[in-house]
Design a protein. Structure first.
Length: 285
């Protein structure tokens, strides 16, 4: 770490030490120029005229400046005092001409239009047809100002609407999917459609024999369980024997619903409108 030496100590140092070692002056440097400390401002320092620019008012064009001058002084936009507005407008144009001539070109065009309107207002009005008023030289300018003000207000309203990237960001969340496949649940409508198909096929092969048979739901529940025993899946239609008639089909369907109600079997479907499969419910050991 270099040691700071005062000016009185420098005089006491031998010439050899004063020539070979850098001497730190007990002052604060204002700046560094090419690595060397600068303790005083140079007398020939040149600062360009455009080194610092401060814009107090920023306008988007001549119409924006005109609208600002009119609204700031509460002038009636339908009865613009051209002399006062033109004078203030030309003052602003003179200021921007001194700094930015390219920007002033568009404003000068509007200044020429204002001077023309002011000159036409000094002349006697042109004669109009009977029952009609003479045309106001300011009419076209007023129309443009009103249209510009409407567009500006609409743009301001749009700017208040939340925008993506400025007011909010789109949230992205990674959801890890489960490895085990999840089959869609079988609804009552799916069972109804499957039951209708079985009934249609049963009507095609039914025999017109009048008989009375006592059927047991519990017995057919056992039959269904025996059919599913030792098999992973069994198609819904294979559980029904259409050759035994409508009563057996009805009792088998009721037995199937009772088994599903008691959670002894599961009814699954791979996707919508796919075949319905039945299997024994999993019971942990």
């Amino acid at each position: 770490m270099p040691q700071i030496i005062s000016s009185s100590q420098v005089q006491e140092l031998p010439p050899l030490i004063g020539q070979d070692l850098p001497v730190a002056i007990d002052q604060v440097a204002l700046a560094r120029l090419y690595g060397e400390p600068l303790f005083a401002m140079p007398h020939d320092l040149y600062i360009p005229p455009d080194a610092l620019k401060v814009f107090l008012e920023a306008f988007e064009g001549p119409l924006d400046l005109l609208l600002y001058l009119i609204r700031k002084q509460n002038f009636n936009i339908l009865d613009i005092p051209m002399a006062a507005v033109t004078r203030q407008y030309l003052t602003y144009v003179d200021e921007i001409r001194a700094t930015n001539l390219e920007l002033a070109a568009e404003y000068l065009l509007m200044a020429a239009m204002l001077i023309e309107i002011k000159s036409r207002m000094l002349l006697p009005p042109k004669k109009a047809a009977e029952g009609q008023e003479a045309e106001d030289p300011r009419a076209e300018l007023v129309r443009r100002l009103l249209e510009y003000e409407q567009i500006k207000q609409a743009a301001h309203k749009l700017n208040t609407v939340p925008q993506f990237g400025r007011d909010f960001l789109r949230a992205q969340v990674f959801v890890e999917q489960a490895l085990a496949p999840r089959f869609p649940d079988v609804t009552v409508v799916d069972l109804q459609e499957a039951w209708r198909d079985i009934v249609k096929r049963a009507k095609l092969v039914q025999h017109h024999v009048i008989s009375r048979e006592e059927l047991s739901v519990r017995e057919h529940m056992s039959i269904v369980l025996r059919k599913l025993q030792g098999r992973k899946f069994l198609e819904f239609e294979e559980l029904f024997d259409a050759t035994r008639g409508m009563p057996v089909l009805v009792v088998t369907f009721i037995a199937l619903l009772e088994l599903a109600k008691e959670c002894l079997l599961e009814i699954t479907q791979a996707e919508s409108f796919a075949p319905i499969y039945v299997r024994l419910a999993y019971t942990p050991a």
